[in-house]
Write a protein that binds this ligand. Structure first.
Ligand code: BEZ
Length: 255
């Protein structure tokens, strides 16, 4: 869920903030777990496991799971649940044809070199092994990104290097999968407007720090306020409930 690449500046992970503001992320993982269809005894790598909520679910279904994440704090949170977890950058996985499946939920959009990641996934899998993942696809959080960019530009702040995410089209991602040797079984974009339990401010505090990295506190506050005003027009309903304009890319492929 949180496998951050070191080249994404300013993103900090806080397990309790994540649990409070983003506990809907693993809850929405049921469909991709169903697509994975883990079998008892299978050895499964959870790539970008975050706090291990879905790794734990895979374990409960009988799989032998290793979770990996680039955030030490998240790996520690996963271990607290009893998940075997290691701090590993998804761009530099050391595994060699040892997993029946590689699974990933809400993490791959943080990994900005998909060719390196998918080469590592392919190498990690036994022949015929499955890769099943869901993450942000083309158009994901488009309104949120546009509002953040507008609020920064309004103050003359350059957005260069601040957009931290990779949201590919199915065509682009399918092509990369094929170039590293996968056969794609299914790949689709799924629009999924998602209610935010702690509002847009909770979401921005948890996920949008790369946009606000290095700003003085008063400027940061002003950019956030401006972003909320812009987004209220499209992502807040008449009762004041916020949602995020999520678009998932769900993919199943085999080695
Ligand atoms: C997502 O799950 O789509 C997402 C999470 C954090 C930042 C951007 C996107």
């Amino acid at each position: 869920m949180t496998n951050t690449h070191p080249s994404v500046p300013g993103q900090e992970w806080n397990a309790s903030g994540y649990a409070q503001n983003a506990n809907f992320v693993p809850k929405l993982g049921s469909e991709v777990v169903k697509l994975l269809a883990p079998q008892p005894g299978e050895r499964i790598l959870d790539l970008g496991c975050g706090d291990g909520a879905l790794s734990e679910r895979l374990m409960q279904l009988g799989a032998d799971v290793l979770g990996i994440d680039a955030s030490e704090e998240m790996v520690e949170a996963a271990r607290q649940r009893g998940v075997t977890a290691r701090v590993i950058d998804g761009h530099q996985m050391p595994f060699d044809h040892e997993f029946d499946a590689v699974f990933s939920n809400a993490a791959l959009h943080w990994m900005l070199d998909p060719q390196a990641v998918l080469s590592g996934v392919k190498r990690a899998l036994k022949p015929g092994g499955r890769f099943v993942a869901e993450f942000g696809g083309h158009g994901n959080v488009a309104a949120i990104c546009t509002a953040l960019i507008a609020a920064l530009q309004f103050r003359g702040i350059s957005v260069r290097g601040r957009h931290p995410w990779y949201f590919p089209t199915p065509q682009e991602y399918g092509h990369i999968l094929q170039t590293v040797g996968f056969k794609v079984d299914s790949i689709e974009l799924i629009p999924r407007p998602t209610p935010l339990p702690t509002g847009m401010i909770g979401w921005l505090e948890t996920f949008a720090s790369p946009f606000l990295h290095g700003l003085d506190e008063d400027i940061r506050e002003a950019v956030l306020e401006n972003t909320l005003t812009l987004l209220g027009h499209s992502l807040r309903d008449e009762q004041g409930n916020w949602s995020a304009d999520y678009v998932r890319l769900r993919v199943s492929a085999h080695a």
